[in-house]
Write a protein that binds this ligand. Sequence first.
Ligand code: F6R
Length: 624
Amino acid sequence: MCGIVGAASLRNVTPILLEGLKRLEYRGYDSSGLALLSDGQLQREREIGRVAALESLLDKRALKGNLGIAHTRWATHGKPSKLNAHPHLSSASVAVVHNGIIENHEPLRRELKEMGYRFHSETDTEVIAHLFDHSYRQASGEASSARLLKAFRHTLMRLNGAYALGIIHIEHPDRLLCARMGSPLVIGEGSEEHFIASDPLALLQVTDSFIYLEEGDYGILTRDAVDLYEMEGPDPTESEPVTRPIVRYEHGDQVAEKGDYRHFMLKEIHEQPQALKATLEGKVSDEGHLLTSILGPEAETLLANTRQIQIVSCGTSYHAGLVARYWIESIAGLPCSVEVASEFRYREVVVPDDTLFVAISQSGETADTLAALRFAKNAGYLATLAICNVPGSSLVRESSLRLMTNAGPEIGVASTKAFTTQLLALLWLTAALASSRRSGPNTLSTSGLVEEMRAMPRLVEQVLELEPAIAQLATRFADKHHTLFLGRGPHYPVAMEGALKLKEISYIHAEAYAAGELKHGPLALVDDDMPVVTVAPSDDLLEKLKSNLQEVRARGGQLINFVCEQAGLESGEGITNLVLPKVSDILAPILFSVPLQLLSYHVALVKGTDVDKPRNLAKSVTVE
Ligand code: F6R
């Protein structure tokens, strides 16, 4: 996590850095800071809390300069505090901003202390500042680019772990160093100015031309030039810079505004009908044919040759994968495994022949998912497919096939429209797999599935009308500390997602169980102080689920059931039913996710939490 931004320009870069930080705040928001070089002085300001707090500070103390770096933090090493906020300095000559984790920071810290360096923070990043200062002093000579690069390369070679870096040095008032290893970084190209940032979004107010650094790239930029080198390559003094393409960002400057909504999360929940429509656009022809070629070259042959699916993802995206497993196995008739990326990447994986690797990620920058993808590329999979919401993200660029969700920027930390659009994209993939095999246990035709998918936005609109009733229900959670979520079949992962949403933004402990598992342990928790939320569409498993609900009621548990019109479940003492429109079994997981999002949102309002920026979390998880 953490967001970094930097600039080398003829104009004062402070406003550019501040605007960049605001746009990167989704990556972390516990503190922020910036360092500038002007008139031979290295100046720094840092503040705890949101970027707005740094901005107020700078209103009082106007810092100006043509070269600068800035950072918004999500704490890994050391608590959120002013001392731990970036940039970190060394010898009042070097300033460093860093996104990532330096795994060998402890031995480096010991070594640097022995050399006489004093540490002022608990961060892993501060070792980079001192190490670079030391390397620069060792690389004697004039204050040239060659000396800077030599010292930089030497510093990078000592680091284990992940980093995106921006560094400035007091003797180089027009040079900005940057490097990428395991954390994203782009260079923005302006007119007689250059920038760096963790995400192009941070720079769209100043440029739409970007160079995406490859893993292991490092280099130096000035207003007029960019020189990049590879860590794998020879010493920069003995080699020519590498060439990386300049890519035009073609998705517009989609700075999301809250509009009349109180929170981004609420806006994003209400945007779902539109986001679902946009997800289907370009994927289905007017005649209802699936346009599989949008996945990438030779997609049709690859789908036809696929015999098995391996899905890897994290958090909410993992829940989307779990739902898809039910679809892929029952509709396309293909075996499907789903695993969280942080486990998959460190497991000895046996890859069955003709397995398609599918990575799901809203951001496309999640460190564990990216690491799993990079492993998969050399592990013998048939192909790698990214299902992603962010064009140009590392996941999209590094996968052989891609399926975009087109939900538009998601700003609220709790994922909502990204989840339901992932589900729709996965249903589309299921249909594509089924039709490429022209067989499968389910007799649903492709045109039937397409019709179902097209009906989705309208159904979600109807569910959104339940909001006042859900808001009313949420008041019952005001004094609750624990909640159970239950579901069966594909609604078990929907229940998992509902529980994740609730704990993320209301801080209520929420657990999800497959309803059939209740009597194997969790039933012991149920009493009249425990709300039990159930996802109960009218599918083949409803009768089984009803028996599980009886078990809860018999122990005094308070049931809140999300049901379909035709469920035949009576409300009564301790039982509240919220009735959703009639929906097919296939679409039910998408539809039933929406009221759970609304429930979490309104419980969070009741609890008075910071809905869009819940404590301890960040939107993009670029560290493992
Ligand atoms: C929860 C949430 C997270 C993300 C997870 C993966 O609301 O948003 O659990 O789903 O961090 O992120 P992506 O999808 O960007 O890889």
